[in-house]
Design a protein around this ligand. Sequence first.
Ligand code: AMP
Length: 277
Amino acid sequence: MIVVSTVDELRRARHTLASPLGFIPTMGFLHAGHLGLVRVAREQNPSVAVSIFVNPTQFGPNEDFASYPRDLDRDLHLLAEAGVDLVFTPSVEEIYPPGFSTFVDVGPIAERLEGKSRPGHFRGVATVVARLFNLFQPQRAYFGQKDGQQCVVVKKLTTELGFPIDIVVVPTVREPDGLALSSRNVYLTPVERVAARVLSASLRSARVAFQKGERSGEELRRLIQSQIEREPLAKLDYVSVADAMTLEEVDRIEGPVMVSLAVRIGRARLIDNEILG
Ligand code: AMP
């Protein structure tokens, strides 16, 4: 496995890799969710590359950029075991040299849901993804459904900026009790960890109601909200039942919708979603 941390080294290493290249951008502190993306990429491509970069531009001023968990040695070990060919571990200055001022803004879909709670978040995501796509020039890139809105944003910027890259969305990997794996789960105390089940449990209730014929977006939002409110350690940030493409809230479910929520539990802000229909 080649490990590089500068753009020049990356460009040289990229030329040695067979095409098609599958690329997985991450912020590190890897878990089975990330490794699931690597496994799918490994199956579909002769070469696989991963970036590990905690991207400062996608964090708000009062968010956890400084304290975001990091363990590069462990990450590199896991990626080598998973058969990754190339890992890029740039510094902030390597991605954003002094004077950097070009940003990618994908418009209204980036201002809903996560974008509303975290202003500027998707501008940071879209910018770093575009920058990494240009550096790696992969044929396929892999993203987790866990970050459902991110998948929509990345697909849109890929189409509209004309990157010749297939975006592959991989299903969310969960703990046995339903909690979506996330690097931020380490923030949870044991009691909070138990409480955190409420996210996936409430999504499951929404799915059951949908399967029984419920088609009112408002009813599903209310159902999820009432379950979160019954968990004393959980504080609901938002719940949404939105068109899966435009992310606009829907009254009546007639096509695919993304049911999503963000919840604070202790120090952690957790998100989860499910596609219905
Ligand atoms: P992150 O390191 O949190 O930026 O995540 C890197 C990639 O892994 C993103 O495409 C995430 O959506 C994906 N990912 C994170 N957690 C999971 C999970 N539990 N299941 C599937 N994909 C995930």
